[in-house]
Design a protein around this ligand. Structure first.
Ligand code: MLT
Length: 298
């Protein structure tokens, strides 16, 4: 019996793929295989007998890669498996920033007891008037699975899409619509885009890459979206940029206490991949990888 531990709840449709020969409720200390979503494995002691870990998600910041490599534990992740879920929330974030839906909903809640609420909507129409995203320029930094999907969807919504990504392989980006303007550096994005969305892993090269010097290049009223990793953005520089009006809205999928209170911040509790479909896809891909590793050595 191969002992498997689930360090977070993992979708049933994925776990069912293990079939006979796997015990799915092993404690970490006894496990040969581990499945993890958001639990921080840096805070755990992985047993020497742990053969492989699969992260049901794309980022691996919660996995102690070096320590596991040292003891010979192989690590998998599931790039692309939740890309559609994240893409859809990025689009929602962009629309929520364009139209003050959140302000409008709060206004209705606060005024629901007012018998004249229907008349007062005239005031609300002015207070919460927004803009349209059609015709606006979107800048995408990072064209992995999610960045490409966001680019193509934004084109379909009538946006002009400019993108910058680190060159990889032969430079082709699978699935990217040819109408996307590919740039050789990010500066034109910072300087000219109405909306900027980040789709990058967090590492030493990208940590706090959106800093004071970058904010200084942005045009007033920029909407910045971060559904990648919180620490890509320098919080203090963000607060200053929002105060100066350079950033009108910061839509973030990370409930960072230094950011939540900033006027104009729209903060979501890391829900990008929290759809049934994305959770199922990640679970299936993660389990398939563990099984292939164990049964076929791949
Ligand atoms: C990811 O890295 O893909 C996300 O953090 C997934 C998640 O929410 O678990």
């Amino acid at each position: 019996m191969t002992k498997v531990t689930c360090l977070n709840p993992i979708a049933k449709v994925g776990l069912e793929r293990f079939g006979a020969g796997y015990q799915l409720d092993a404690p970490l200390e006894e496990a040969q295989l581990a499945l993890v979503r958001s639990a921080d494995m840096h805070a755990m002691t992985a047993p020497a007998g742990l053969l492989a870990v699969a992260r049901a998600g794309a980022g691996v910041n919660n996995i102690p890669l070096d320590a596991l490599a040292k003891q010979g534990t192989v690590v998998f992740n599931t790039p692309g498996a939740n890309a559609n879920g994240v893409k859809e929330l990025v689009l929602a974030g962009m629309l929520l920033a364009a139209r003050d839906v959140v302000g409008g909903v709060e206004w209705v809640r606060a005024n629901q007891a007012d018998p004249d609420i229907a008349k007062d909507t005239e005031k609300a129409k002015k207070q919460f008037a927004g803009g349209e995203i059609q015709g606006k320029r979107l800048g995408i930094i990072g064209l992995g699975h999610i960045g490409v999907k966001v680019a193509n969807a934004a084109l379909a919504l009538g946006m002009e899409v400019w993108a910058y990504t680190l060159p990889e392989g032969d430079g082709t980006i699978p699935g990217l619509a040819q109408e996307v303007h590919l740039l050789e550096g990010p500066d034109e994005i910072y300087e000219t885009c109405d909306y900027i969305t980040l789709h990058l892993p967090l590492n030493d090269a990208t940590r706090q890459m959106i800093n004071g010097a970058v904010f200084a290049k942005m045009k007033p009223g920029t909407v910045l979206l971060n559904f990648s990793r919180d620490k890509l953005v320098d919080d203090e520089a963000l607060a200053r940029a929002m105060e100066k009006g350079l950033v009108r809205r910061y839509v973030s999928d990370f409930p960072n206490p230094a950011v939540v209170h900033l006027p104009g911040a729209l903060v979501i509790p890391h829900l990008g991949a929290s759809t049934e479909e994305s959770e199922d896809n990640c679970a299936c891909m993660a389990v398939d990888q563990l099984k292939a590793f164990l049964e076929e050595g791949t």
